[in-house]
Design a protein around this ligand. Structure first.
Ligand code: AMP
Length: 559
């Protein structure tokens, strides 16, 4: 990340005071790369075509300019902006974010999605709104009923456009775009840019500014770093982090958070759980920073929590682990962060906690850095117990190997051996040593496993690591096929294996990794069979339904 880029603040982007206040309150310290690039042209009214996945900060990249440009009084009833998103969850998430950013402006934001009683939405629309965040199907319903008027629309955003197309919303999107005034601004974000999107872009965007996140050259400096990621729901993140720290036992770890608030909350949570964590803030004096660093160096703390801004210029030799508590907003930020370990020939570990929706961002990072990020399962309670016992065993062995003065204790063993079996005596001693080794109390709750993965070839837990060669997920000579149906449609790995073996004449072992997402699945097949498999699957149904079948089109973004 170039320093001059890094120095750009939200204030430099000339945002309204009310928005700057909201961002400060949310603890956002600086714009993410997509925000830096997208906000100025969108504020100016330009159309925009942005390739960015969840986790890049794309929501604020379109939400802030919309809020910046809103200029109307509360008597205005028809919306000025329409944001179209593929799912109900995203509709809620985006409208919540817009509501937060626009608090100081009293912006009226309404999420509109299927599944919610239409009457509630009708009433809210009648009262008047500034921004509607809708799924395409429900937006069309309202348009046809005459309850959603698009004649005052100044900006239309298509968020996750590729997913909307995959979900069969192409016609709805066309109809909505046709219904909005021609003079409106159009902003389109998509994680991938499939050819199918080109037609829509040509028809509806006017000389768009084009942004690809992660286009910058990322010189990979982090080859010695073992990179893993864990897919965890937001609510389980603190527990997951604790579990990983217990298993990994870092000498010193730097944990990156997105916001200052997150740094503070997490530091408190970790300290409450018995870890020794220190927060590093951008606003700290050099003296305060030195104090924190000294605590780390002297072993009085082993975790340092910081935002990217606060960690700038930090160089700590003894770091063994870098943790991304959230997926970084760009591949550059990722590389920059993990470059803090693995220095001077030492090995380091980089751990990323990703929410299920963020797995695409992980892939983007992999493509750009040309390095694998292995998705693993959060260690189970049994894994943790085994690991803790292993530490006790190692401690005992060390004490046996040292020329330790054990005579003193041998007497105790001899006395006890008169009444008990020596094995039992030893086991009781191990138990005591184990309990006394203390450390943070193990979190005995299992952490939900929500990997977008299957039981075949997918990211595996520790136990399976030896059985399945690393890198199986994208094996050489294999190509992934995208199937537009996933968990929500009840798809299981065996349905896919069944369809492929029955229809395309492959045998089970020809098929590589399978990943099942909520709404799509990916299956690896040998490169030579791809076309045959695609043709065969297109001619059949999966779980009784036709699904989109194609080569997975994710390609490394062009340089
Ligand atoms: P998105 O890619 O829009 O889904 O955003 C991912 C996450 O990053 C959300 O939790 C946002 O609240 C957060 N976020 C967005 N922009 C920033 C920023 N400039 N600084 C810190 N966090 C941010």
């Amino acid at each position: 990340m170039a320093d001059d880029d890094a120095a750009i603040t939200f204030a430099d982007l000339a945002l309204r005071e009310e928005l700057l206040t909201a961002l400060t309150q949310l603890g956002y310290e600086e714009p993410t790369p997509i925000q830096r690039e997208a906000i100025p042209p969108v504020v100016e009214g330009r159309d925009l075509l942005g390739q960015a996945a969840t986790g890049t900060g794309k929501t604020a990249a379109f939400a802030l300019p919309i809020l910046q440009r809103l200029d109307r009084d509360a008597s205005e009833r028809s919306p000025a902006a329409l944001v179209l998103v593929p799912t109900r969850e995203l509709a809620m998430q985006v409208s919540e974010a817009m509501h937060k950013y626009g608090r100081g402006l009293r912006t009226r934001v309404l999420p509109v999605y299927g599944g919610q009683p239409i009457r509630m939405q009708l009433r809210a629309l009648e009262r008047g709104v500034d921004v509607v965040v809708a799924t395409p199907g429900r937006a069309i319903d309202h348009l046809n009923r005459g309850t959603l008027r698009l004649d005052k629309i100044e900006t239309v955003v298509l968020d996750e456009a590729d997913e909307m197309l995959d979900m069969g919303f192409a016609e709805d999107l066309e109809a909505l775009l046709e219904a909005a005034p021609e003079t409106r601004q159009t902003v389109l974000f998509s994680a991938t840019m499939p050819p199918r999107l080109n037609g829509m872009v040509k028809r509806h965007l006017r000389e768009p500014v084009t942004i690809e996140i992660g286009r910058a050259d990322v010189e990979s400096e982090a080859k010695r770093v073992r990179q893993t990621a864990y897919i965890v729901p937001r609510a389980s993140k603190p527990a997951a982090l604790g579990r990983l720290l217990d298993v990994e036992q870092p000498t010193a770890a730097l944990v990156f958070c997105r916001t200052r608030d997150e740094v503070d909350t997490l530091t408190e949570t970790l300290n409450g759980r018995g870890y020794r964590a220190e927060a590093l803030h951008g606003g700290m004096s050099q003296q305060q920073r030195d104090r924190v660093m000294n605590r780390l160096r002297s072993g009085n703390a082993d975790l340092l929590l910081a935002t990217d801004v606060a960690a700038r210029g930090l160089d700590i030799d003894l770091l063994t682990h870098v943790v991304n508590y959230d997926v970084p907003a760009s591949p550059e930020a990722y590389v920059h962060r993990i470059g803090r370990v693995g220095r001077a020939g030492r090995e380091g570990v980089a751990i990323t906690l990703a929410q299920p929706r963020e797995h695409r961002m992980l892939r983007t990072i992999e493509h750009i850095t040309k390095q694998k990020i292995k998705i693993e399962k959060i260690p189970t309670v049994a894994d943790l117990r085994a690991r803790r016992l292993e530490l006790t065993r190692a401690g005992l062995e060390e004490s046996l190997l040292e020329d330790g003065d054990l005579d003193h204790f041998r007497v105790v063993v001899e006395t006890l051996a008169e009444s008990y079996d020596v094995m039992d005596v030893a086991a009781a001693a191990v138990k005591l040593a184990h309990e006394a080794s203390g450390g943070p109390a193990p979190d005995e709750e299992e952490i939900p496993d929500v990997q977008p993965a299957s039981d075949r070839g997918a990211p595996r837990g520790r136990d399976d690591r030896t059985k399945r060669p690393a890198g199986k997920r994208e094996s050489a000579g294999m190509t992934r096929i995208f199937i537009g149906a996933g968990r929500v449609a009840g798809i299981r790995p065996k349905d896919l294996v069944g369809a492929i073996t029955n229809e395309a004449g492959l045998v089970g072992r020809d098929i590589g990794g399978i990943e099942i997402g909520d709404r799509f699945s990916l299956v690896e097949v040998p490169e030579g069979s791809v076309d045959g498999v695609i043709t065969a699957l297109r001619g059949t149904t999966i779980k009784g339904k036709k699904a989109t079948i194609r080569r997975e089109r994710f390609q490394s973004p062009r340089r």
